[in-house]
Design a protein around this ligand. Structure first.
Ligand SMILES: O=C(O)CCC(=O)C(=O)O
Length: 261
């Protein structure tokens, strides 16, 4: 199967609603390999950090600014993610960072409403021409805290962000007004499905109260012409060494084999 490539109407939809869902961007075999790899990878656990949500839950993630010789970097470099993101943002994209989200059964915490550009603004990025691709490793359901988005909210512009629980979230007064006026979409996904979303799209997720994990990989990109004006938490422009779609599965298998020897 040829992996998804955004059509003109997909790009128009991304611009009007602030996101686009690509079903089966990675097939079942590819996602099984990523899941096997991540679950056997001690480094993501040793690098993981946690934050409290507003109701006492704990969110855990393992973030990297670097593209190392591993399977996560292969996803970031894959054309089916990076070329589509370039098409949505209308410019060459580069790797800004990526993170494995480890939402564990019964304890995985919530993410408060926020815009990613709410943070990235402070890191020297002048334009919101930035985006993320959320790839489901496990099924993401309402029960295990799937992502929730407010379609069209990227058009509200960047909002003020402040402390909400142990996290930085969007201004709660404004969120309340927005939620009275705009709909919320629960983005339920199967393994391998991907959500491309704009840096100003409002999103959150609830705690995982289910017995099932909700792991995902989020690849974050900036555009070449939006190179940060100062050094900050995440890197400046460096060209991506793009990975052709048909090479992905072989590389993924090799990483898994290497890990198990
Ligand atoms: O994984 C989630 O549930 C939300 C993560 C998120 O919103 C983020 O990393 O910006």
């Amino acid at each position: 199967m040829t992996p998804f490539r955004a059509s003109r109407s997909d790009i128009a939809l991304f611009h009007s609603q602030g996101f686009l869902i690509a079903k089966e961007l990675f097939d079942a075999r590819e996602m099984e390999l990523l899941s096997t790899y991540a679950r056997a990878d001690q480094r993501i656990h040793s690098k993981a950090t946690s934050r409290s949500d507003a109701s006492g839950g704990t969110t855990t993630l393992s973030l990297s600014n670097d593209l190392e010789d591993n399977l996560y970097a292969s996803v970031v470099r894959s054309r089916r993610v990076a070329d589509n993101m370039s098409a949505f943002l209308g410019d060459e994209v580069y790797h800004y960072h990526h993170k494995m989200m480890l939402k564990e059964p019964l304890v995985g915490g919530a993410w408060e409403w926020h815009q990613d550009y709410g943070y990235w603004y402070d890191f020297g990025c002048l334009f919101p021409a930035m985006g993320s691709c959320f790839i489901s490793v496990d099924p993401a359901t309402r029960e295990n805290g799937c992502l929730q988005v407010v379609p069209g909210s990227h058009q509200l512009g960047r909002m003020n962000h402040m402390k909400v629980g142990g996290q930085t979230g969007a201004d709660p007064e404004r969120i309340e007004a927005i939620l009275q006026r705009m709909e919320v979409l629960h983005v339920e996904m199967s393994p391998g499905d991907a959500l491309f979303f704009h840096g100003n799209l409002l999103h959150c997720s609830a705690q995982n109260t289910s017995p099932n994990p909700r792991w995902s990989l989020i690849c974050c990109y900036n555009t070449k012409s939006n190179d940060p004006y100062k050094e900050s938490r995440h890197p400046g422009y460096a060209p991506l060494d793009l990975l052709d779609d048909e090479k992905f599965v072989g590389l993924a298998q090799a990483f898994v084999d290497r890990m198990s020897t």
